[in-house]
Design a protein. Structure first.
Length: 557
């Protein structure tokens, strides 16, 4: 180890002042980098506890965390709270139990806390508060709405106020995210949901406001609403037909080579026809009238007192007057004429007109090469040309069949709406060189960017700067060490040259020795050394020396 330190000190002593300073700075930079990385690793990893909070709610959660002695960070303009990852689940459970993660408003659970001796007016007020809480929960589920506040004003019934003044009113305050704006359909849905949840509440007595101001329309414009619904229905039908037509064209030409656009005009008028069938009748009532008529009739006898005077004794005397009876019957029958009424309503949203535009790309083909005078030279060259008319017609027929173009046209013609049907149902086919995006741009467009970077941005920037400085110092130190090594090698080579020159000088000063004589001197010295060793062995162990001599004599004899 001492030798290593000696070599290290020798190398250090040979370095220049600039090289020593660079090495010291690089060492300090490395130590600082290790310290920063160690400090960053020891810091807790923060995770999102709650977001989309109001400032009051963020302050309440921060106060709770300070009481628990838990570190936290309030970010995103005081709307989100970060805590160390090891406490995230426990804190969420505790905050949820205390209703601190969401809005403080409650719904129908308020009805479970009512007392036995509450008045009817208080019960109604509690019920309205419960309904308001449920509406707030429903409105917070709308995309872009962070919080909601609903106030229901129901006047106490009194015979001294008018009916309009006694109806309830509702006020809604919505806190929407930055850059978010509620559509008219969403506002209308909020009004309808509120009016349906509160008994006796009219749509025109609901006011809605967001961060930007009042959203409630002053007067309902039914014409504008109908126009918007019509436009949305036409756009949906066009999107559906365009997708089907594009799929058919992609099967024929390949994906992305051709383009199809479909425009439709829908008919939302309601039409109904009715018919009556008078051929069938049925007896409804029948009335019969009977009339009796009495007529007097004279008897066959003579006058009273005539028989005694005339002497005709055999003739009977006149009797009493008799009545003749006559009966007449008259029957009257009332018939009901059958009215078999059939009502047929026409389809609502039927296609009244359709326009299809088909764009075909140019295709590669070999054509005759023309000279300067426009005459063919007999050679074939590659060029991009349009599809022949027969192929264009075939492509058009396949695309139109896929979207039911002819069927819709025939239905309109059968219904009698054939005015300008040729202009309302039309299709065009054009060939042109379509634009195609570069492959690199498409590949980059498909890359999904992360929504948010994890951790604190300032910490990440600090780590990046420290790492960059450390890398620069290491690069500089590497260059200085390399130059130092080269200087050390040059010094070693110079020192070796000096040693070789010194040895060569001493070799010249010494006398030359014969190699054979040098060998003899070496052998003589070796013999003398052996003799000294033998003498020493005999003195130390005479018996062993005697045994060696006897054995030698035995082997020689």
């Amino acid at each position: 180890m001492s030798k290593f330190w000696q070599q290290l000190m020798q190398i250090w002593s040979r370095l220049e002042v600039a090289q020593k300073a660079t090495i010291v700075l690089a060492a300090l930079g490395g130590i600082a980098l290790v310290g920063v990385l160690g400090w960053g690793a020891s810091q807790p990893s923060y995770q999102l506890l709650a977001r989309d909070l109001t400032r009051a709610k963020s302050a309440e959660i921060a106060s709770f965390l300070e009481q628990q002695s838990i570190p936290y960070k309030v970010v995103d303009r005081d709307t989100a709270v970060l805590v160390p990852s090891q406490h995230i689940y426990r804190l969420r459970n505790e905050l949820a139990q205390q209703d601190m993660l969401g809005e403080a408003g409650k719904g129908f659970e308020l009805l479970d806390t009512g007392g036995f001796m509450e008045s009817t007016f208080r019960e109604h007020r509690t019920y309205d508060r419960a309904v308001a809480g449920e509406l707030e929960r429903s409105f917070r589920e709308i995309p872009g709405v962070r919080s909601a506040r609903v106030i229901i004003d129901r006047p106490q019934p009194s015979p001294f106020i008018a009916d309009d003044e006694g109806k309830p009113r509702a006020s809604i305050k919505l806190d929407v995210g930055k850059g978010t704006k509620l559509s008219e359909r969403q506002v209308a849905g909020i009004i309808a949901l509120t009016a349906g949840a509160v008994a006796g509440l009219d749509h025109d007595r609901v006011e809605v406001m967001d961060n930007g101001g009042l959203l409630t329309p002053k007067q309902a414009d039914t014409g504008a609403a109908l126009a918007q619904n019509t436009l949305e229905a036409e756009m949906a039908r066009e999107s559906y037909l365009t997708r089907r037509a594009q799929e058919q064209l992609d099967v024929i030409l390949g994906p992305g080579r051709g383009q199809v656009r479909v425009s439709v005009k829908l008919d939302f008028a309601k039409r109904s026809t009715s018919s009556v069938d008078p051929t069938k009748s049925a007896a409804m009532t029948e009335k019969t009238t009977t009339t009796d008529k009495k007529t007097p009739v004279a008897s066959a006898g003579g006058l009273a007192g005539a028989s005694p005077n005339t002497g005709d004794e055999n003739r009977p005397a006149a009797s009493t007057t008799q009545l003749a009876s006559e009966t007449q019957e008259e029957a009257q029958t009332a018939y009901f004429v059958g009215q078999k009424k059939e009502t047929i309503e026409d389809e609502v949203g039927r296609i009244r007109g359709m326009t299809v535009s088909i764009l075909l790309p140019f295709k590669d083909a070999e054509v005759d090469e023309l000279d300067a005078k426009g005459k063919p030279t007999g050679k074939k060259v590659k060029s991009r040309v349009a599809y022949p008319p027969e192929e264009q017609k075939r492509f058009e027929s396949l695309v139109l069949s896929a979207i039911g173009f002819e069927s819709a046209k025939d239905i309109v013609a059968k219904l009698g709406d054939s005015t300008n049907i040729g202009s309302r149902f039309s299709s065009t086919v054009q060939s042109m060189d379509l634009y195609q995006a570069p492959v690199e741009a498409v590949a980059q467009a498909g890359v999904a960017l992360p929504i948010a970077l994890p951790g604190n941005i300032s910490d990440l920037v600090g780590y990046g700067l420290v790492g960059l400085v450390a890398i620069v110092l290491l690069v500089v130190a590497r260059g200085q060490l390399k130059r130092s090594h080269q200087a050390w090698l040059a010094a070693e080579a110079k020192s070796r040259e000096v040693d070789d020159a010194h040895k060569a000088k001493h070799k010249i000063d010494e006398p030359e020795v014969d190699p054979e004589e040098e060998i003899k001197q070496a052998v003589k010295g070796r013999r003398n050394e052996l003799k000294e060793n033998i003498k020493k062995a005999v003195v130390e162990d005479p018996n062993a020396a005697a045994q060696i001599v006897k054995r030698w004599l035995y082997e020689q004899g």
